[in-house]
Design a protein around this ligand. Structure first.
Ligand code: SAH
Ligand code: SF4
Ligand code: F3S
Length: 442
């Protein structure tokens, strides 16, 4: 008889990684592992890694370093490295970190049960091959978040932006079938989830690898919208020029689909965009944003930007700052360019900017984003938003509920804890940089 074991999983990186962790935890619970929030008490430690930037990669190594130390006094402890760094460096990680027992990629973790058996028998394994047969095997999913269920609709990416490691570590784009997605959505709704976020590196490409040409994001949204539950639908991330009129129409038609688009622009300068291998110009990006803003009243449009791409001039960087203003982007994720081994731009060493310039541009970008965010939040003053209450905090003996509006704004207001998990209407009366505050309408 096998004894119950404890697993601790640390997740770095994007929502896709978080979703993978939920799947791993589900699988592990099926095989008798209990999740613990105390890494020191765990029998199995998993670091689910991200390689989008050097900083995220280094973070993974520092976890492995600490855990390897623990293993000196607890040799029975098992350490696994999963995710994008694992996929990138494969068995090199086993050589570099002698205490690591298992290296598995984002496409092989579905074989976790058999891999565990092997490492529990003392083997050290690297498995990064696609688990084609094991994939949709209906293991439970142990969702981490309270009311929002993240559901991958496609995996991988075909775009090969010159800075980005994702296509190398996540492979070519593969859409999950409508049936599988629908089943996962219904399961989550039956469990009480109130918000479904459809996930993909490029959600608007969903279905392009199917023979049936009618299977596109618009159709998926319409199908899910017919499910007879009280819930919301979101979808991220959109590639600017892949957002079709049909997707915009579907968002308009479907009452459950939120007025929120995450459309990373990456740079406000067309030449830099070209060097990044993004297939649009500043003007084309602007047209898409305009179309969306003209269609929806309270729409939120967020973006990602990279500061200090190889060869980026001061003027080109200023185009990024002005794009945030011109397109009234509500919020942006920002980062300084980080060369990733194996990508095209990483070879342009002679064009790399020095760290000081990149840091300084990132600081200006963040300041611009801060101003844009405040401006965007101020537009909400006096409006009534339908929010989903997600959490609470106690402040000066009051219960402050934390919620999210349809257009993805964080809204705080005073109320009863019983409202957590419910939809309520809130009148916005205060706008700060990162959140709104208001009062509940009875
Ligand atoms: N599929 C999404 C992005 C996924 S990666 C898209 O196409 O927009 C998330 C973000 O990380 C990117 O939008 C980009 O802004 C940032 N990023 C990716 N590679 C990077 C690198 N090498 N250096 C800095 N930021 C990077
Ligand atoms: Fe990376 Fe570009 Fe694919 Fe986004 S679209 S994941 S930035 S290669
Ligand atoms: Fe996500 Fe990082 Fe991998 S952003 S896809 S976990 S490289």
């Amino acid at each position: 008889m096998s004894q119950e074991k404890k697993v601790y999983i640390e997740t770095l990186g994007c929502q896709m990684n978080k979703s993978d962790s939920e799947r791993m935890l589900g699988m592990l619970s099926h095989f008798g592992y209990i999740e613990t929030s105390e890494p020191k008490t765990a029998d199995l430690l998993i670091i689910n890694t991200c390689s989008i930037r050097q900083l995220s990669e280094d973070k993974a190594y520092s976890y492995v370093g600490v855990w390897s130390k623990w293993k000196e006094t607890r040799p029975e402890l098992k350490i696994a490295v999963s995710g994008c760094v694992a996929q990138q460096y494969r068995d090199k990680l086993l050589k570099r970190f002698q205490k690591v027992d298992l290296v598995m990629g984002p496409r092989s973790f579905y074989r976790l049960p058999s891999l565990l058996e092997k490492i529990n028998n003392g083997e050290r394994i690297c498995d990064v091959e696609d688990a084609v047969n094991e994939k949709e095997n209906n293991y439970p999913i142990k969702r981490i978040s309270g009311y929002n269920a993240w559901i991958p609709i496609s995996e991988g990416c075909n775009n090969f932006c010159t800075y980005c490691i994702v296509p190398y570590v996540r492979g070519r784009e593969r859409s999950r079938s409508l049936e599988v997605i629908k089943k996962e959505v219904v399961d989550a709704l039956k469990q009480g989830y109130k918000e479904i976020t459809l996930l993909g590196q490029n959600v608007d490409s969903w279905g392009k690898d199917f023979d049936d040409e009618t299977l596109r994001l618009g159709k998926l949204l319409r199908e899910l919208n017919t499910l007879d539950y009280d819930f919301r639908i979101r979808f991220v991330t959109s590639y600017p020029t892949d957002i079709t009129d049909d997707v915009i129409k579907a968002v308009q038609e479907c009452d459950k689909v939120c007025e929120y688009f995450h459309i990373p622009m990456q740079s406000g300068n067309s030449e830099v965009l070209k060097a990044m291998n993004r297939r649009y110009t500043r003007e084309q990006y602007g047209e898409i944003v305009k179309k969306i803003r003209n269609t929806f009243e309270n729409v939120t449009i967020t973006s990602d930007f990279i500061a200090g791409f190889p060869g980026e001039t001061e003027e080109q960087f200023n185009d990024t700052l002005s794009a945030i203003d011109e397109f009234e982007l509500d919020y942006s994720n920002t980062a300084a360019y980080s060369p990733r081994e194996g990508t095209v731009a990483a070879k342009w060493v002679d064009k790399f900017l020095d760290e000081k310039t990149k840091k300084e541009r990132l600081a200006r970008l963040n300041e611009k984003n801060r101003q844009a965010c405040l401006k965007s939040n101020q537009k909400a003053l006096g409006k009534i938003y339908e929010v989903l209450v997600e959490d609470f905090e106690e402040k000066d003996e009051k219960i402050i509920l934390k919620s999210k509006s349809r257009n993805n704004k964080y809204v705080h207001f005073e109320g009863e804890k019983e409202l957590i998990g419910k939809f309520v209407n809130v009148k916005i009366n205060k706008a700060s940089t990162w959140h709104l505050a208001g009062e509940i309408l009875s």
